[in-house]
Design a protein around this ligand. Structure first.
Ligand code: SF4
Ligand code: SF4
Length: 304
């Protein structure tokens, strides 16, 4: 299968939408073995970043993802949430007590949560009780189960999580990337690939000389090694940006991860002028593999 285009994504309303991901800190209390995002940094001068995000919110239909590390550990997280005037989604490992999440929902009643379960760091039953409680409280809840082959209950755990799914609750199972991982049995591998289905993105691909399309999820591309978009024209900038903990703005997380070409710095530059410059044209991807914003529209421009 040769990917020609990631056409669109439907996790946000289609009109004038704009996704911003803010790595509000890299600090996390879990330090998972497979994590390359974990660090000790915490965003300072959050007021300026909030000002920038609210400014973009006056121009576009913004959805902000608070990302980490573990965003709930930022000392000013509740103040930041109070001051944001855009739609917010927050990633969290759910390690805080439920009373913390109750406070978050009180401040932002329409907040969406993307929760992740890490078997080496948390007991499944504790995590499950929390997602069960939150499944009736938040407008949208996504539950990501990290499949670590050192913890063999993944199938039964994930099936239990799937029972919570509804119009407002969804789930994903994703393999962790670490050298100590064992190969899944043939049966479990087939089950895992079968679980990579959904209707978040629309892809066009070439198959035996024919062009076909398919509705799927971002992790389908990753799980099937279809995430190589070097030289594709990507909608980063036009559709989304990534704000790092130090206020530098990148096209996406992969660019931040490899410290390639930030667009500008919120704290140093005229952010209104810079945003206008970057939000009108896409970029030609320089990365060998895309691991984060897979669902952002992108199109093959060279037939390689
Ligand atoms: S919980 Fe998430 S951010 Fe924290 S160390 Fe684990 S993978 Fe990294
Ligand atoms: S790595 Fe970034 S620029 Fe490249 S395709 Fe992925 S999202 Fe787009």
């Amino acid at each position: 299968m040769k990917i020609l285009e990631v056409k669109d994504y439907n996790h946000m309303p289609p009109i004038n939408r704009y996704a911003i991901t803010w790595e509000i800190n890299t600090l996390c209390n879990y330090d998972c073995d497979y994590c390359d995002l974990y660090g000790k940094e915490v965003s300072h001068n959050t007021d300026k970043v909030v000002e920038f995000i609210n400014y973009v919110g006056t121009l576009k239909n913004v959805k902000l993802t608070l990302f980490g590390g573990e965003p709930s550990l930022h000392p000013l997280i509740l103040t930041v949430l109070s001051n944001l005037k855009v739609k917010v989604e927050m990633y969290t490992n759910l390690s805080k007590s439920l009373s913390f999440y109750d406070k978050v929902i009180k401040i932002k009643p329409d907040i969406e949560l993307e929760t992740s379960f890490h078997p080496s760091r948390e007991k499944f039953d504790t995590f499950y009780d929390k997602v069960k409680y939150l499944s009736n409280k938040v407008s949208k809840l996504e539950i990501v189960y990290m499949l670590d082959t050192n913890y063999l209950t993944y199938k039964q755990d994930y099936l239990k999580i799937k029972e919570l799914c509804s119009d407002s609750v969804s789930s994903i199972i994703a393999k962790v990337e670490h050298s100590d991982q064992k190969q899944l049995s043939e049966e479990d591998e087939a089950w895992y690939l079968e679980e990579q289905s959904g209707e978040d993105i629309n892809i066009a691909y070439e198959d035996n000389g024919e062009t076909k399309t398919k509705e799927t999820i971002s992790n389908y591309l990753f799980a099937n090694s279809l995430n190589h978009f070097k030289y594709f024209m990507c909608g980063c900038g036009v559709h989304n940006i990534f704000i790092a903990h130090d206020g530098l703005v990148y096209p996406c997380l992969d660019y931040r991860r490899r410290s390639v070409d930030p667009y500008f710095g919120i704290h140093e530059d005229d952010f209104k002028k810079e945003f206008k410059r970057i939000s009108t044209k896409g970029i030609v991807c320089k990365m060998n593999s895309c691991s984060s914003e897979l669902g952002v529209p992108k199109k093959r421009v060279l037939n390689v």
